[in-house]
Ligand binder design. Sequence first.
Ligand SMILES: NC(=O)c1ccc[n+]([C@@H]2O[C@H](COP(=O)([O-])OP(=O)(O)OC[C@H]3O[C@@H](n4cnc5c(N)ncnc54)[C@H](OP(=O)(O)O)[C@@H]3O)[C@@H](O)[C@H]2O)c1
Length: 378
Amino acid sequence: MHPDIPYVVNTASQNLQSPLASSFCSSQNAFYGAILQFKFPSCDLMKATLKYLAGIAGPSGYGSKTTAEQVTQVCSVSFTSQLTAIITGATSGIGAETARVLAKRGVRLVIPARDLKKAAILKEAIKKQSPWADIILLEIDLSSFASIQRFCAQFLSLGLPLHILINNAGKFSQKLEFSEDKFELSFATNYLGHFLLTEMLLDKMAETAEQTGIEGRIVNVSSVVHNWVKRDKFCFSQMLNPKNYNGTRAYAQSKLANILHAKELSRQLKARNANVAINAVHPGIVKTGITRDHKGFITDSLYFMASKLLKSTSQGSASTFYVALNPQTRGVNGKYFADCNECHCSALANDEIEAHKLWKHTRALIHRRSFPGITIFS
Ligand SMILES: NC(=O)c1ccc[n+]([C@@H]2O[C@H](COP(=O)([O-])OP(=O)(O)OC[C@H]3O[C@@H](n4cnc5c(N)ncnc54)[C@H](OP(=O)(O)O)[C@@H]3O)[C@@H](O)[C@H]2O)c1
């Protein structure tokens, strides 16, 4: 669960003033915010919104209405059927659709899930459509370091290659809750968990890329809400254990951390000459359970208008596929995408010093927990 819709509701006026507001990739959020605030959008914003509504393609040739199936049409089965991918958060929403299309394209799937019954239902549904699908289910709770370690040990013991890692799982905690390791739950799940998972699988990805000559690709699923995090509120110790908790802020901070993680790690991967790339994406505002849950905020007719701006899960997973599989993004590293096009992220998300600082703090935290076998680049 995540607050992308309520966040747009709460901060609509900030959103309209942001530099991203009139851009191709954020017109959906800005226009949606304008509707919810009963404001009439500006001319530029209207133009951008009409472009968005019409699904006019950006420079990549894809746009807001592009689906996962369309982005992956250009990938040959002889290529995709060689690949192995791990995708977190595949038991619902955008992740479930990502898993379905990956399997349809012949990619071997490893699905880490905290609810294995839910994962088994998903596997059955995928198998009905793609009987050839090779799907392995393993347990993980991304909010627990110990659980991530167990998952990685199990996965690595299978001796499989790893070409694609999709860090998609997302948690929004309205009230202040703590993980097993005693860190704020949204930050622990969305950022710390994916950071550790990535670190523990990185050597395997680099090794696979070297052996197969196929570039490894990591996708961090972030959100446009990263854009509203203020610099003075982005303090590591406060994010681990906040004094004044605000669920939306905690979620947005974790999504900013996802981008900073991608930026810093991409620099380290380049320096190491590893044939592995990491990028971040904003999926768009997608019709998942959360958006329907918040229908009560507005009237039916306003919801009808606003819902025209929401994406389907297939459209919402398209950017992930553009980054994970499409030949156009080969060699692209450390970038941020929305609507299958490279896009601007906030100044804070682009701050290299901030990214390195966050990475160092996270590494120190993980070292304090002393993980044997974890390789972290220095
Ligand atoms: N939907 C949007 O409008 C939107 C907008 C911007 C960004 N995003 C991002 O897109 C991603 C997918 O979101 P969604 O809309 O598809 O959300 P969703 O339907 O709520 O799915 C979230 C997934 O994450 C899993 N998850 C949560 N906590 C976990 C944990 N501790 N360990 C393992 N798995 C955990 C959930 O597993 P369970 O099934 O066990 O709960 C579920 O599979 C998230 O990163 C979200 O932040 C979404």
